[in-house]
Write a protein that binds this ligand. Structure first.
Ligand SMILES: C[S@@+](CC[C@H](N)C(=O)[O-])C[C@H]1O[C@@H](n2cnc3c(N)ncnc32)[C@H](O)[C@@H]1O
Length: 261
């Protein structure tokens, strides 16, 4: 009872119906689903309460969530699992012969700052992210920007770290498809926070664009109901399974690196 009151006392209204519960060391976060007033909220990143599931947030809510997430990462209350996944994705790319990599949903702290040689292109739905990346000197585009098509058919890997729990529209999947190298390009994503039904719908919309898709449960169990997805235009399911194994090895390495640091 005392705990419930303590997080409720800290609720801050953020724009577009999102709520923020500033973290306090020693006090637990709100529950996964909570009623505030007469409205149901879903907890996101422990301290953000969204009025809808993450696969239904609109662009305004997404921008609000991104700026709150930035606060949480800056204050050290979020980001360690995220760092493991980005390190693993980066490792996966650098162990392949990838030359052009798109970081889809790059956010304010993209995978590409951790990668070595490949050409790195950021994409994000949030204009504030794109502006921030550009002003830091990184190449970054909105998903519908026609300028992205200069890379059509030339992208070896599209990495989506902590993005596929949001709404991924058909036009975005189509753009990814256009970008991928025909013979070998792969989409690499992690998926969590979606219901089984929502995962099936997303998988169906990926396959509807002609991509082969394979999924694997995260054997390190870094998040609840956490999976890795790998999709490609021309690679067989068996090849994608091998790549998923390689990715799982990269995750194992990133987890043990994290333990050592
Ligand atoms: C949780 S953040 C992850 C950011 C970064 N990949 C990381 O791991 O630190 C999700 C990012 O994906 C972006 N995003 C959400 N849906 C998207 C979509 N359909 N296409 C592109 N970006 C999207 C959000 O704006 C946000 O920057």
């Amino acid at each position: 009872m005392v705990e419930r009151e303590s997080w409720r006392d800290r609720i801050e209204a953020a724009p577009h119906g999102v709520l923020f519960v500033p973290p306090v060391i020693g006090l637990p976060p709100p529950p996964r689903r909570a009623k505030v007033g007469d409205q149901e909220f879903v907890r996101f990143m422990d301290y953000i309460l969204s009025p809808v599931d993450t696969d239904a947030v609109d662009l305004n809510m997404l921008s609000t969530i991104n700026s709150l997430r930035l606060r949480l990462v800056a204050s050290g209350f979020a980001g360690s699992t995220n760092g493991i996944i980005k390190r693993a994705f980066s490792d996966f790319v650098s162990h392949g012969s990838h030359q052009t990599v798109v970081d889809w949903g790059c956010g304010f702290d993209p995978v590409n700052t951790r990668m070595g040689d490949p050409r790195r292109i950021g994409v994000d739905l949030d204009p504030a992210v794109v502006a921030t990346q550009r002003s830091a000197g990184h190449e970054c585009y909105l998903p519908a920007d026609p300028a992205l098509l200069q890379y059509a058919g030339g992208v070896d890997a599209i990495l989506a770290a902590f993005v596929f729990h949001f709404r991924i529209g058909t036009s975005h999947i189509r753009m990814m498809c256009n970008l991928l190298r025909e013979d070998s390009g792969v989409i690499v994503a992690n998926v969590y926070r979606r219901s089984e039904e929502s995962r099936s719908r997303l998988a169906e919309s990926i396959r509807a664009e002609g991509l082969a898709l394979r999924t694997a449960i995260d054997r390190s169990n870094l998040c609840r109901q956490h999976e890795y997805w790998m999709a490609s235009k021309s690679r067989s399911g068996a090849e994608l399974d091998i790549l998923l194994e390689r990715l799982a090895d990269a995750v194992d390495r990133a987890v043990s690196d994290q333990r050592l640091t």
